[in-house]
Design a protein around this ligand. Structure first.
Ligand code: HEM
Ligand code: HEM
Length: 126
């Protein structure tokens, strides 16, 4: 069983549904003002999380490392908060900007953990 991979896939399709729903809403309403939220729901949510899921499927031993666990447990809540705050920012709540900066930086930290995990796991792989 590969819990981490499964959860990345499960959450990825949730973000796909939310991202596509917002895309359909934008198209139908002719109001594209939320397009950065749509883009990052789909790209940091659906696309990136699916790729994380595929990676951990291919390198199951990597899921046992502290770095991979840090990647998962930082990325999931930080990316969720990033999308909530980004949506609020594009609705005019500019006061969320410092918090958005903080959670976006955490997404960056999680991605760094993933990058190191990929390099370490592939070092000895054929
Ligand atoms: C039924 C599905 C979808 C609909 C109806 C939809 C609709 C839209 C609309 C209306 C825009 C704004 C276009 C503009 O104002 O320039 C947009 C932008 C965008 N969409 Fe979607 N979208 C869908 C699915 C997706 C998916 C699955 C992805 C990624 C995997 C995606 C990625 C993007 C990106 C990156 C942008 C920003 C493009 C730019 O920088 O101009 N969309 N989409
Ligand atoms: C912490 C992670 C990230 C941050 C803070 C970030 C930030 C940004 C910012 C500030 C913009 C310009 C938005 C605007 O038009 O005003 C942007 C655009 C864009 N980003 Fe990201 N990004 C991140 C990750 C990613 C990733 C991983 C992808 C692709 C896999 C991506 C794809 C795009 C695309 C396609 C656009 C153009 C569409 C748009 O403006 O929304 N971003 N990003």
């Amino acid at each position: 069983m590969n819990k981490m991979s499964n959860w990345f896939f499960r959450l990825a399709v949730v973000y796909l549904m939310v991202g596509v729903s917002l895309g359909l809403f934008m198209a139908a309403s002719h109001d594209h003002s939320m397009f950065p939220v749509h883009a990052h729901l789909n790209l940091l949510g659906w696309v990136s999380m699916s790729l994380f899921g595929l990676f951990y499927r291919s390198f199951p031993q990597a899921t046992q490392t502290g770095l991979a666990k840090a990647h998962f447990w930082i990325y999931i809540p930080a990316h969720f908060m990033q999308m909530v705050l980004l949506a609020l920012l594009y609705r005019g709540y500019t006061m969320v900007e410092p918090a958005l900066g903080a959670v976006s930086s955490l997404v960056g930290v999680a991605i760094l953990c993933f990058a190191i995990t990929v390099w370490k796991s592939t070092r000895l792989a054929h």
